[in-house]
Design a protein around this ligand. Structure first.
Ligand SMILES: Nc1ncnc2c1ncn2[C@@H]1O[C@H](COP(=O)(O)OP(=O)(O)OP(=O)(O)O)[C@@H](O)[C@H]1O
Length: 318
């Protein structure tokens, strides 16, 4: 197994394609790069091919063509060496309702031939603690809320140290409180350097928790990269608030700011190219006698980015 080094990608696919037996092209030429240490959001409406991709990454189904590497190893060929380093929560955890949360984890741990039985109880206790289920550990799993079941599934994925966590729609069906809990848990898991790859059809969820994202639609990758750049690349706007919008527009135009719109109380335009110092731009306005009340780049949302890319709204109903 390749050793982990900074800058390495944990998941890498090249022209990954899956056509199902019925002829349905579910994933179409996917080139995905998931950097080590990222919280990577795999975003797309229902039916866009996220689950199919995850199943190929986990070696559960074979691609029709193309290649996938996970932790530097080819999948599905290296499934048996790769999967012990990957914690996965796909399509909800399989739990025994009549067993307690703790006993469910003991069962999971016992099914792992590499897990030392002598340290089992301690491992289970640590995993329960990490997901905040210690107090409820003795309760039967069938009495758990959906959010608690998801957390128990995460605990199962965390019984062993992992380099990668793959979570398929981890907040699906949860109420806002449950979603918050899972989000903060994901942040916490990522803080020790574990790469987290999570799929979601919720744009704001990805914005809140992910450092990087890829956007899928109809089996194809629309874009990928750091979340801040994806959003900024779309529709970030330079916003200057001033009682002298005409003069401000003239100065900004001279300075190469494109797509200017003059409003009653200011000017907006395309943010200047990376490398341009915003302070210089502001100083130029002031030097030209423009009275600047506000100056900054307004962040675009991922939703803006999606709309800009597809020309359509992000239809979560698929
Ligand atoms: N086993 C299968 N056989 C045939 N077609 C399939 C199969 N599984 C999925 N599909 C189709 O492939 C496309 C992509 O589905 P997939 O489940 O990967 O999307 P998704 O983005 O994960 O959506 P969801 O969030 O609804 O699971 C859909 O059109 C789906 O109907």
């Amino acid at each position: 197994m390749a050793a982990s080094t900074a800058g390495e990608s944990v998941i890498e696919t090249r022209a990954l394609t899956k056509r199902y037996g019925g002829g349905q092209l579910a994933v179409d030429g996917l080139d995905l790069t998931v950097p080590a240490g990222s919280v990577f959001g795999f975003l797309g409406p229902n039916g866009s091919g996220k689950t199919t991709t995850i199943r190929m990454l986990m070696g559960l189904i074979a691609p029709t063509s193309g290649a996938a590497r996970v932790l530097g190893e080819p999948m599905p060929r290296a499934t048996r060496t790769v999967l012990p380093h990957v914690g996965a929560l796909i399509e909800g955890p399989a739990l025994y309702g009549y067993l307690s949360g703790r006993d469910n984890l003991i069962r999971y741990d016992s099914a792992d031939p590499a897990a030392d039985p002598r340290t089992r109880r301690a491992r289970v206790a640590t995993a329960l603690d990490r997901v905040g289920l210690t107090a409820a550990a003795g309760k039967k799993a069938k009495a758990y809320s959906l959010g608690m079941k998801q957390r128990l599934g995460l605990a199962a994925a965390l019984l062993q140290p992992r380099r990668l966590l793959v979570l398929d729609e981890p907040t699906n069906g949860l109420d806002p409180q449950g979603m918050r809990e899972i989000r903060s848990l994901v942040r916490e898991l990522a803080s020790d350097g574990t790469t987290v790859f999570l799929s979601s059809h919720l744009l704001d969820e990805i914005e809140q928790v992910c450092t990087h994202a890829a956007v899928m639609a109809r089996g194809r990758l629309l874009t990928q990269g750091p979340v801040a750049e994806l959003a900024a690349g779309a529709r970030g706007r330079l916003v200057v608030t001033t009682p002298d919008p005409g003069d401000a527009a003239r100065v900004l135009k001279e300075r190469g700011v494109a797509d200017l719109t003059v409003t009653d109380d200011g000017v907006t335009g395309e943010p200047p190219a990376p490398g341009t110092d915003l302070a210089d731009l502001n100083a130029a306005l002031v030097a030209a006698g423009v009275r600047v009340r506000g100056f900054g780049v307004e962040r675009a949302s991922l939703e803006d980015a999606f709309v800009a890319l597809t020309g359509e709204g992000f239809d979560v109903a698929g």
